[in-house]
Design a protein around this ligand. Structure first.
Ligand SMILES: [Zn+2]
Length: 414
């Protein structure tokens, strides 16, 4: 089931303008056990709000259907683990001191990867996640985790049971939230009065500039810039006072906010000015993004077809949710990529949604001696390149679809 919106997800304005139609697409994480069982497809379109300039999906899918077989586990990526330590340092740098009873609350805490560095420093933590299977994983690792959907009701429950949180973390979750007001209100409710909110999200300006159209799928309802997230938080009496960048998703923005007004850092002012000067939040820039994404699709297919014409055997690497949009939007199937390698055991022996390409372990896939590897999880390029050369001695070609236009590089060396 899927519903079309008739007002902005953030500010409620009716002036939303469609600028990108990616056609009917399957749910990115709906991997198939049997490719004969054709999956359902749903419209995938982006709009821009003329009031708060938030870029957002035109449709909301039923979360029960969307997240029913959720297979992403944070801890499987070493990039994520390195970032978790940096994230902890950056957060503690800006948090007030922790007294007895105060704790770090993480919303959508997944397997607890990002709470572990806080625990290692003796800070009390609490995770919240709706997926029972990952909550069990977190608890097995000793990460205190509550299973449930976060909103203002749960925030008040947590407040009663655990008291106010010193820090509330929401990493890569805000873009998934259908009821933004309820979620942000909940963040504010559960925070201590002098507490800190830390939000990380794939940065809209990078999506636009580097053509990350592969990040558009039904689970990602919103694509935030500093301006659009500032407006959302401001409407709920939260003010951004500092920012940081992260490599997650190929370029993310981390924002730090508080309840009471505190002077915004120079970095916040500079980035807002940069967005204004570059026209990041203008409808015209997003219309260009749409046209450039169509051109990118043609270039990608040309590269694949030229390689196949010259007799190369091509495999894919990384059956990420993002790869689903890339494969389906470009029309890449098993006739182009015979198989996709993925380290996640939960994905192996399944088929990709819509494109129906089999997924297998990197060991099985590399035994077939491919000539060319199409790096689908390109935001982990260095990590994957290292695995290919160190573990498998691969020295063939890599097709790297992003950032910007696709390129073919040598897989030799680091
Ligand atoms: Zn709006």
């Amino acid at each position: 089931m899927i519903n079309k919106i008739n007002q902005c997800r953030s500010c409620g304005d009716k002036g939303i303008h469609k600028f990108f139609d990616m056609g009917a697409q399957p749910f990115a994480n709906a991997l198939l056990a049997d490719p004969e069982n054709a999956e359902r497809r749903y419209p995938l379109e982006l709009s821009w709000c003329e009031n708060c300039r938030l870029v957002q999906l035109n449709h909301t899918a039923d979360p029960k259907e969307l997240f029913s077989n959720y297979v992403w586990v944070t801890g499987t990526s070493s990039t994520a683990q390195t970032h978790a330590n940096m994230f902890c340092e950056e957060t503690l740098l800006r948090a007030q001191s922790f007294d007895n009873g105060s704790y770090v609350l993480e919303l959508a805490s997944n397997d607890g990867t990002f709470l572990k560095p806080f625990m290692a420093k003796g800070v009390k933590v609490l995770g919240v996640d709706p997926a029972e299977n990952v909550v069990q994983m977190a608890r097995r690792e000793g990460v205190r985790t509550h299973c449930g959907f976060f909103g203002d009701d749960l925030a008040n429950e947590l407040l009663k049971e655990h008291g106010p949180a010193r820090v509330v973390i929401a990493r890569n979750v805000l873009p998934h939230v259908a009821n933004l007001s309820d979620f942000v209100r909940g963040m504010r409710s559960v925070m201590a009065d002098d507490g800190l909110a830390v939000i990380e999200a794939h940065y809209g300006a990078i999506i636009q500039r580097q053509l990350h159209y592969d990040s558009i799928y039904h689970e990602h309802l919103c694509y935030f810039t500093l301006e659009s997230i500032s407006t959302l938080l401001h409407n709920h009496d939260l003010e951004i006072f500092d920012i940081s960048k992260s490599p997650i998703s190929g370029g993310s923005l981390i924002i730090f906010a508080r309840k009471a007004g505190r002077q915004a850092s120079m970095a916040v002012e500079r980035l807002l000015t940069h967005e204004a000067e570059a026209g990041v939040n203008e409808l015209g820039s997003w219309e260009n993004f749409s046209a450039d994404s169509q051109a990118h699709k043609k270039l990608t297919m040309n590269i694949l077809e030229n390689q196949l014409d010259s007799g190369a055997r091509i495999i894919g690497y990384g059956a990420s949710a993002r790869s689903s949009t890339l494969l389906n939007f470009c029309g890449i199937g098993a006739q182009h990529l015979s198989v996709i390698a993925d380290q996640n055991l939960m994905k192996q022996k399944l088929y990709t949604a819509g494109s129906h390409i089999p997924i297998s372990s990197p060991e099985e896939v590399m035994k077939t001696n491919p000539d060319t590897v199409f790096i689908l999880a390109w935001n982990f390029l260095q990590e994957i390149k290292g695995i290919l050369s160190d573990r498998f001695g691969f020295g063939g070609r890599l097709i790297v679809p992003f950032p910007g236009n696709p390129s073919v590089i040598s897989g030799k060396g680091k």
